[in-house]
Design a protein around this ligand. Structure first.
Ligand SMILES: Nc1ncnc2c1ncn2[C@@H]1O[C@H](COP(=O)(O)OP(=O)(O)OP(=O)(O)O)[C@@H](O)[C@H]1O
Ligand SMILES: CC(=O)N[C@H]1[C@@H]2OC[C@@H](O2)[C@@H](O)[C@@H]1O[C@H](C)C(=O)O
Length: 403
């Protein structure tokens, strides 16, 4: 038997596994590295987060990714080179974290690598009517991660979801359902990353067919792009200070909300391909706000993110009350201006970060991929959701052996 197959078989039978989850999201702030001890599988999964670190991307790495990121046309040569280059970069980042944590690579069972999304193309969003399919592309080749670290690696998680009829995202429903369902309350788990999304969790033991997750629109992506364009050297509006100094421009807000994405049925996914500086510039043109100051523009974009979330929540809970327990995660949870806008638009909701549930908000997405890898190796496909909101019951991730 191939020794790596034997090792994988052995790992699948162990009571627990030590898995490093990797995520690098649309904000391009860095690579999130979460070392998880996962015991059991399925709804009985227990998480112990042993270590977490965000390895910041250098300006050079960000610039390389931005050369192709969310662009319709790119150099095929550049894309080809970036794929293994990012895989090796991620492998080096893992080794660096392990050195810092004083852990040998041989003591890690699996790496679960999301890779870097460079283009997300659900059918409702892409521009090629000759392809009536959903598609999404993550770079950072898994073989390079496996060979670079010497650790069995699962990667490219989104393709199976697409192959099984999904849009490749959000995958959060799986991890949230397995780790964060509670018998005491139904929950909304609201992730405020570059793109915002939420998962609805019924009470644990209740009707799992009602669980689902959806993107809601921009989270931080337009805020970050606007700050970068106006304030060279700054990556984001720290603590929402600039936005808090501005006033919402109702005309610009209405022009932004006119996009059909906000009225489209749930679940839906999106990305910076749609919520781009072109989208903002067109709305500014239509509303006559091209000269609007930075603070007012940011205040309006904060409002847009919050209204996007509120509209999706209202659409999901048109017939019955929305859960009042809302747990936030992602970088936007650190932005008081965004959280305040959400509190205004979701009156009655109690906002807490997922940290209160033992899952640090900044680590949640990296943990998700560790959970997905744990399921792929040791679990069964998870059946949650129903009808249009069905989450395909599939195991996800492609396996790369180090040797
Ligand atoms: N103190 C803060 N004040 C304001 N905004 C913040 C703060 N800390 C983080 N952010 C925002 O969070 C962003 C990073 O968020 P996060 O790491 O969750 O995004 P991501 O994982 O890349 O996105 P996605 O979930 O869409 O893939 C930053 O770019 C910034 O906009
Ligand atoms: C295609 C893609 O990378 N989508 C990301 C992105 O970042 C947030 C939102 O858009 C979400 O749909 C998804 O990530 C999380 C981890 C998910 O799949 O649940």
């Amino acid at each position: 038997m191939n020794p790596s197959v034997a090792r994988l078989y052995q790992l699948a039978g162990q009571p627990s596994r030590r898995i490093i989850g990797l995520m690098s999201g649309t904000s391009l702030d860095g690579l999130d590295v979460a070392l998880c001890r996962l015991t059991g599988d399925g709804p009985g999964t227990q998480l112990e987060l042993e270590h977490f670190r965000t390895v910041p991307y250098s300006d050079d790495t960000r610039a390389r990714i931005r050369t192709v990121f969310a662009r319709e046309q790119v150099s095929l040569e550049y894309l080809t080179l970036l794929n293994p280059w990012l895989g090796s970069l991620h492998a080096a980042a893992i080794l660096d974290c392990l050195r810092e944590w004083n852990i040998a690579p041989a003591d890690i069972d699996i790496v679960a690598s999301h890779g870097q999304t460079v283009y997300h193309a659900p059918q409702h969003q892409h521009h090629r009517p000759d392809f009536s399919i959903n598609a999404t592309l993550q770079l950072g080749d898994g073989d390079h991660v496996a060979v670079g670290t010497g650790i069995i690696t699962l990667s490219d998680f989104r393709q199976k979801h697409v192959a099984a009829g999904g849009e490749g995202a959000p995958l959060a429903a799986y991890g949230d359902f397995l780790l964060l369902s509670s018998p005491d309350e139904e929950r909304l788990l609201l992730n405020l990353g570059g793109i915002a999304n939420f998962t609805y969790l019924p009470r644990a033991g209740g009707d799992a067919s009602t669980a689902f997750s959806t993107d809601t629109g921009p989270g931080n992506t337009l805020l970050d792009a606007t700050v970068r364009a106006h304030c060279p050297g700054l990556q984001y509006d720290e603590d929402g200070r600039l936005a808090a100094a501005g006033r919402v421009h109702e005309g610009l807000l209405a022009a932004l909300l006119a996009h059909p994405f906000f009225a489209a049925p749930l679940p839906k996914t999106t990305g910076p391909e749609l919520f781009s500086s072109t989208y903002l510039a067109e709305a500014q043109q239509r509303s006559g706000t091209t000269a609007l100051g930075l603070e007012d523009t940011l205040a309006t974009l904060v409002e847009l993110s919050a209204v996007g979330v509120a509209r999706a929540v209202q659409a999901a809970f048109a017939e019955r009350p929305a859960p009042t327990a809302v747990y936030t995660s992602g970088g936007g949870a650190h932005n008081p201006a965004l959280v305040a806008a959400l509190e205004r638009h979701l009156p009655g909701a109690r906002f807490t970060t997922t940290d209160a549930l033992g899952v640090p908000g900044d680590a949640k997405e990296a943990i998700l991929f560790a959970v997905l890898a744990n399921e792929a190796v040791a679990g069964q496909p998870v059946a949650i959701g129903a009808g249009r909101q069905r989450v395909p019951a599939v195991s996800m991730g492609k396996i790369s052996f180090p040797g």
